[in-house]
Design a protein around this ligand. Structure first.
Ligand SMILES: [Zn+2]
Length: 56
């Protein structure tokens, strides 16, 4: 079962209109502090979007 780090979630809320960059930062912090979602899979997806946009 996935554990939710409720304290981390309270302190780190995802902005409503988060950019891809903000989402990546959120998931990077999330994967270190909580395991309620598979942030690794999200990060792979988000990084693919970034690569397409060529923002970095
Ligand atoms: Zn979580």
């Amino acid at each position: 079962m996935a554990k939710i780090n409720a304290k981390w979630h309270k302190e780190n809320k995802m902005p409503k209109n988060a950019t891809v960059e903000q989402k990546i930062k959120w998931h990077q912090g999330h994967s270190k502090n909580c395991s309620c979602r598979d942030s690794t899979a999200h990060l792979i997806k988000l990084k693919k979007i970034i690569n397409k946009k060529q923002l970095f």
